[in-house]
Design a protein around this ligand. Structure first.
Ligand code: ADP
Ligand code: MG
Length: 255
């Protein structure tokens, strides 16, 4: 791996279970600042589980191993602290929140991070200015703000909303779980462009992108591609590995 860039995430020999069923079986993964890592692999191989374990989802029990994020033991931090400390997770299935508008939700998330960083919280008027700039960048209609969080959003709108949160929160590491699924080609291009902008403007930002589709990699050039199977990373390669996977599938990698 690139020795010149500081490490941001280091996962060592990570094992995790859900309801006593082993799902992650010894994950090792190192991500440095400015790198884009892509995680691929068959359905049920544990990609979403890994994402959720890193984010601190309470359903999963860590039975072995460690996760170091920005030199801190991530497993000792509550999910909210992880987020405030610079970790972002876009869920494969974003949650709907009834009774809370997107604007309220986003401002609460923004202010929570400001507070954590000992920075001033912003009032609704100040926030409106911040968020409308982001909306324009991501070509999201302003009416999004007054709608309840993800309620009645199409699949693509939910994904765009996740990217809006990412752009707003300015996280150091973003884990994007199937951010490309259910997107039409224009939305895919737009989201890829936003992701590329985030990376090119801030060369110290890192990404872990979970995807099934080669087509996302037509727009985003990863530093590394990892293939997961049965809770382990069974292959790591550069962006060219995606072409090989597209042609040959995953079977040739499985033992
Ligand atoms: P992927 O995202 O690679 O498709 P997942 O991480 O969603 O895979 O799932 C990995 C395996 O763990 C699957 O067999 C899935 O059924 C199982 N699993 C994940 N979460 C749970 C859960 N909360 N309860 C029971 N089984 C789970
Ligand atoms: Mg998944």
């Amino acid at each position: 791996m690139n020795k010149n860039k500081p490490n941001i995430l280091k996962i060592t020999n990570l094992f995790a279970t859900v309801d006593d069923i082993a799902i992650l079986n010894g994950i090792n993964l190192e991500i440095n600042q400015g790198e884009i890592h892509v995680l691929m692999g068959p359905n049920g191989s544990g990609k979403s589980t890994l994402s959720k374990v890193v984010a601190g989802h309470p359903a999963y029990k860590i039975t072995n191993g460690e996760i170091i994020f920005k030199k801190k033991n991530l497993l000792e931090l509550e999910p909210e602290e992880r987020s405030n400390f610079g970790l972002f997770l876009a869920f494969q299935y974003p949650l709907e929140i009834t009774g809370v508008t997107n604007e309220e939700f986003l401002r609460a998330a923004y202010n929570s991070k400001q507070k954590y960083l000992n920075l001033p919280e912003v009032d609704p008027i100040e926030f409106f200015e911040i968020i409308t700039k982001k909306l324009i960048d991501i070509k999201i209609d302003i009416s999004f703000l007054s709608r309840n969080v993800n309620e009645g959003f199409s699949g693509g709108e939910k994904k765009r909303n996740e990217i809006l949160q990412l752009a707003l929160l300015d996280s150091d590491l973003a884990i994007l779980d199937e951010i490309d699924s259910g997107l039409d080609i224009d939305a895919l291009k737009l989201i890829s462009q936003t992701i590329n902008n985030i990376i090119s403007k801030n060369t110290n930002k890192s990404l872990l992108i979970v995807t099934h589709y080669q087509r996302l990699l037509d727009y985003i050039r990863p530093t590394f591609i990892h293939v997961m199977d049965k809770g382990k990373i069974i292959k790591t390669g550069n962006w060219k590995l995606a072409n090989e996977l597209e042609k040959k599938g995953y079977d040739w990698l499985k033992k």
